[in-house]
Design a binder for this molecule. Structure first.
Ligand code: PNS
Length: 163
């Protein structure tokens, strides 16, 4: 099979073990995976772009064919610039499907050369989202086992809690 570069885009605010599960699966399937972190101040992320990039880079440093990058503007334009033929998105549950399908179809309309590939994370992460992880830590709960330890510490620091 020919060499295929895949882009795995997202906000990653912060990266979770669900994201990392998808990255590992993608790295086994494709020649290269570019984890593309959306630089969108309008979304008012908890973590800065630099913090999000460092957290993903540290958590994927064992994967030789994975690179972390930032992007802004249209994802399909970014994918074209990376010579990527695939956009990877994770699907946790049926509830993800509707929005993901809309995005995939819109992206296909704009660039028919790039194919969206959906991957399912391990069922143990099927309920994990960055939003819930932030909320749990903010309210004093534990996110042990669903984010990397360094991310749990960074969250605790942000919210002034003990990790
Ligand atoms: O982690 P998220 O927040 O679910 O990721 C959403 C993301 C970054 C994939 C999406 O917002 C995106 O692609 N933004 C870039 C702008 C763009 O291309 N918009 C048109 C999408 S059809």
């Amino acid at each position: 099979m020919s060499e295929i570069t895949a882009v795995y885009p997202g906000t990653f605010d912060p990266v979770t073990n669900g994201h990392l599960d998808i990255i590992h699966r993608g790295a086994r399937l494709f020649s290269r995976v570019v984890v593309a972190i959306l630089q969108n101040p309008a979304k008012d992320p908890l973590f800065s772009l630099a913090e999000r990039t460092t957290m993903v880079a540290n958590a994927t440093s064992d994967l030789g064919n994975v690179r972390v990058d930032a992007f802004e503007g249209l994802l399909v334009d970014y994918a074209r610039g990376q010579n990527a033929r695939v956009i990877v998105r994770g699907l946790r549950a049926v509830s993800d499907f509707e929005f993901e399908m809309q995005m995939a179809m819109m992206n296909r309309r704009m660039n028919g050369e790039v194919e969206t590939v959906f991957m399912m994370p391990s069922e143990s992460y099927s309920y994990v989202s960055s939003r819930l992880v932030r909320e749990v830590v903010m309210l004093g709960g534990s996110v042990e086992g669903i984010v990397p330890e360094a991310v749990a510490r960074a969250l605790a620091t942000k919210y002034g809690k003990r990790a």
